[in-house]
Design a protein around this ligand. Structure first.
Ligand code: UDP
Length: 478
């Protein structure tokens, strides 16, 4: 994956938003830069430092990666003490306070910039103020969104819609203007992206967009061959400067590194892999909705009935603890599913599960990390978006790449998602596992997996983009 280049004195701050879906790829990114000889400092809050330290693992000693903590003012904004990551938000009403608390990180970040004077800051899109903070010290800021180029383009193109003269749309769906592929999207799935909404999230997204335009550019966790048309649109038409340096998850090469991304897994990785070893190739359905969604008991029940009806073995990750009531499970479900299916309550070693040859499909909420990890592993998807960019990522998977089938979720409905009946789950599982179309999708997914790995190899498109970025930053500095 490329050897170290002579960049010993380049020092970069990596400052991820406080969510697993942002921290995990940013830590991977810091590892990749460090492998190229860059000194990397990950900025985070004290509560998140231990798991980041574990995720860095041996890279810390082999390369130069440090963690620098800054305090998070939970109490000041009325958040429970110790709530420092979105995964711990169990009440959606706390989301706004959480965002306010993250904006208070500006001052401590500036103190660190003043003291350490890095050569560049890679800061999350949810910190729009980071461009100005870095500029105060003459430091270039790069933006990391953590989503696909398709979704970045779709979001930007949506801003071109004139609600009073929107001829290509009907009452139920609209065509995203200027976006290659004639992509139609349900109005109900647009939520805060919809027009005319004045929520604080819309304001934040607008600020993020403005600060991106004033930043040095954007680093994207993708590879050129996956999203060619959208990569070209983003840079050539929308005028953004972007480097595609993914799939970032490929920086983790052994089982231990792959198992220790994010939270402590609720199951030992070897136990999980041993169970998968007993299953036929491409037979297991892996079900996981990422780190922030909160599916209701009724949604979980439909999934259980649908999985059982499909007759396929499964690994299903549920964000509930053993102590939680099990009323969401149909009577006798776990007994009937013994040997056939595993429920992981909490956190799964996702990348390892996806890479196992027995895994044949991924029921995913289409968070970008999960989507790209599935592409990287060559696993076709059943798409079940819940909110935000997930609806755009679904379109990329099902209509552009054609490596997945939608389960039929069309409504952005908080963290719980649209209601989907068990027979839609059963139908989607059957259609991705059996028949001619399933074989075509699987072959396309396997082909993209090969391209993903090639992109990260020495001389591949992502490796070359990373080197070009490091060289550019170095030339600005010395
Ligand atoms: N993840 C994991 N185990 C889990 C749940 C999630 O390893 O049980 C990881 C997953 O591999 C991915 C990240 O957490 O890297 C989730 O990011 P994504 O963008 O898919 O979704 P989000 O959590 O941001 O909604």
């Amino acid at each position: 994956m490329g050897s170290s280049i002579e960049q010993h004195s380049l020092h970069i701050f990596f400052f991820p938003f406080l969510a697993y879906g942002h921290i995990i790829p940013t830590v991977d990114m810091a590892k990749l830069f460090a492998e190229k000889g860059v000194k990397a400092t990950i900025i985070t809050t004290p509560g998140n430092a231990p798991f980041i330290s574990k995720a860095i693992g041996k890279a810390k000693t082999e390369n130069e990666i440090q963690i620098q903590t800054i305090n998070f003012s939970s109490a000041e904004v009325g958040l429970p003490d110790g709530l420092e990551i979105t995964d711990s938000i169990t009440n959606p009403y706390l989301i706004e306070s959480f965002f306010i608390a993250t904006s208070l990180l500006q001052e401590p970040l500036e103190q660190l910039l003043h003291k350490q004077r890095p050569n560049c800051v890679v800061a999350d899109m949810f910190f729009p103020w980071a461009t100005d903070s870095a500029a105060k010290f003459g430091i270039p800021r790069l933006v990391f969104h953590g989503t696909s180029l398709f979704s970045l383009c779709a979001t930007t193109c949506m801003q071109l819609i004139d609600p009073n003269n929107d001829v290509s749309s009907d009452s139920e769906s609209l065509t995203i203007p200027n976006l290659p592929g004639e992509i139609k999207i349900a109005r109900t799935s647009l939520g805060s992206y919809g027009m005319g909404d004045r929520t604080s999230m819309i304001k934040l997204l607008r600020e993020a967009n403005e600060s991106e335009l004033r930043s040095h550019g954007v680093v994207v966790n993708t590879f050129y061959a996956l999203e060619k048309d959208y990569a070209d649109l983003y840079s050539k038409v929308l005028g953004r400067k972007a480097w595609h340096i993914g799939p970032l998850s490929l920086c983790n090469r052994d089982v231990e590194e792959k198992a220790h991304r994010g939270k402590e897994a609720s199951v030992h990785e070897y136990e999980c892999l041993k169970w998968l070893d007993t299953k036929k190739p491409n037979s297991v359905v892996y079900v996981c909705f990422g780190s922030t969604t909160l599916l209701s008991d009724s949604r979980l029940r439909e999934i259980a009935i649908g999985l059982e009806a499909s007759g396929q073995p499964f690994i299903w990750v549920v964000r509930k603890s053993k102590e939680d009531e099990v009323e969401w499970l149909p009577d006798g479900f776990e007994r009937r599913m013994e040997g056939k299916g595993i429920i992981i309550r909490g956190w799964a070693p996702q990348v390892l599960i996806l890479e196992h040859k027995a895994t044949g499909a991924f029921v995913t909420h289409c968070g970008w990390n999960s989507t790209l990890e599935s592409v990287t592993a060559g696993v076709p998807m059943i798409t079940w978006p819940i909110y935000a960019d997930q609806f755009f990522n679904e379109k990329l998977v099902t209509e552009v790449l054609k490596i997945g089938v939608p389960v039929g979720a069309k409504k952005w409905n908080g963290l719980e998602g649209d209601s989907v009946s068990w027979d839609a789950v059963e139908k989607a599982v059957k259609s991705i596992m059996t028949g001619e179309a399933a074989i075509v999708m699987r072959n396309s997914a396997k082909n993209l997996s090969k391209q993903a790995r090639l992109a990260m190899e020495e001389g591949g498109s992502s490796d070359s983009d990373l080197i070009a970025l490091i060289e550019e930053l170095s030339s600005m500095t010395f």
